[in-house]
Write a protein that binds this ligand. Structure first.
Ligand code: NAD
Ligand code: LMR
Length: 332
């Protein structure tokens, strides 16, 4: 059950805890930024055996912060105990693509991670478990995990596109010279990959349609590719993939899920499709979504023009390909 008193800690399981996103994420969770200032948290860290020692080092630093809300830290190299009683699962650890690795190899390696983690969530997580998959390919990893958790409602498995959403907010704010919080109704559709569709067609800035404020060629030639390829640009510049911004987006995603979306706005998240907008049922795709504090709902009734439809279809085709590859490998 959802912890409902200040004395009952929420159990938050973080995989890949010794990685760079983990390092940017754990201190914020322990300080109360994930679940708010009234909810103590018990952290359960999952790592591969060779990184357990590094996770222990991070746990020592967490202790040294003397966070009043941190009720305890446990470290595991086995998914079953790591997800036991979990209210929130942040699935960050994944197998990165390395030189010479084919896409099938990558999916297969990740299937070996997210299948057992989905099964562990099925076996022992709390009945209100909320799962966010960050590890790439995030949408398909969430699809794999959900497929291994038949007793958990599929809607509890989500994939992170909030970083793409935040990147899009920042780009539009910079271009219009307006603050990010003046922007509403921006959407990331599809896969967390270069095929994603960052969509401004319904976005407003201070109530004015964004498309009245920016040039159409800026949208197609600059905005969409900049947002869609931002992950690669960060890797190019930093020599490592985004970490603090990814951790920040993970916090935002869970925070919105449990607090609900603000009145009059939506956000973007990878959720299991119910067939909305022609996205095949069961695929984990990014949509415009609202949360009521418990469940995400896909915003209904938006008309997609031909350009939007083609962009969404291209990203969904990639997700369908990934699903077929995963099925072909017997991973889901
Ligand atoms: P990292 O390599 O620094 O850390 C990953 C950690 O995961 C490592 O410590 C590794 O030991 C651990 N790990 C591997 N397999 C595991 C398993 N089976 N169980 C538990 N832990 C395991 O990587 P990072 O920079 O922290 O990024 C993590 C993932 O997040 C990558 O897949 C990255 O591509 C992805 N990412 C996603 C987004 C997004 O927007 N969705 C953004 C940035 C990064
Ligand atoms: C990002 O969007 O920053 C990451 O998903 C990039 C990556 O490939 O890890």
């Amino acid at each position: 059950p959802q912890p409902d008193s200040a004395t009952t800690p929420a159990v938050v399981t973080v995989t890949g805890a010794a990685g760079q996103i983990g390092y940017a994420l754990l201190f914020r969770i322990a300080s109360g930024q994930l679940l708010g200032p009234d909810t103590p948290v018990r952290l359960r860290l999952l790592e591969v055996p060779q990184a357990v020692r590094a996770a222990e080092g991070t746990a020592m630093e967490l202790d040294d912060c003397a966070f009043p809300l941190l009720a305890g830290i446990d470290i595991f190299d086995d998914a079953r105990p790591a997800f036991d009683g979990a209210n929130v699962g942040l699935l960050v650890g994944a197998r990165p693509r390395t030189a010479g690795m084919e896409r099938g190899d990558l999916l297969s390696a990740n299937g070996g991670i997210f299948g057992p983690q989905g099964a562990a969530i099925n076996a022992g997580a709390a009945s209100d478990i909320k799962v966010l998959v960050v590890g790439n390919p995030a949408n398909t990893n969430a699809f794999i995990a959900a497929a291994h958790a038949p007793d958990v409602p599929a809607e509890r498995f989500t994939a992170m596109t909030r970083l793409d959403h935040n990147r899009a907010l920042a780009q539009l704010a910079a271009q219009t010279g307006k603050p990010v919080d003046s922007i509403r109704h921006l959407t990331i559709w599809g896969n967390h990959s270069a095929t994603q569709f960052p969509d401004l067609t319904r976005a407003t800035v201070d109530g004015t349609p964004a498309l009245d404020l920016v040039d159409p060629s800026w949208v197609s030639d600059t905005f969409i590719p900049t947002v869609a390829k931002r992950g690669a640009a960060i890797i190019e510049a930093r020599g490592a993939s985004s970490a603090a911004s990814a951790a920040n987006a993970a916090i935002d995603h869970i925070r919105t899920w449990v607090d609900g979306t603000p009145e009059g706005d939506w956000t973007s998240a990878g959720v299991v499709s119910d067939g909305s907008y022609g996205v095949p049922e069961g695929i984990v795709s990014s949509f415009p979504v609202t949360s009521d504090g418990t469940s995400w709902s896909i915003v209904q009734g938006l008309e997609l023009d031909d350009d939007s439809r083609a962009r969404l279809d291209a990203s969904v085709a990639e997700l369908v390909d990934e699903r077929e590859a995963v099925r072909g490998l017997g991973l889901a």
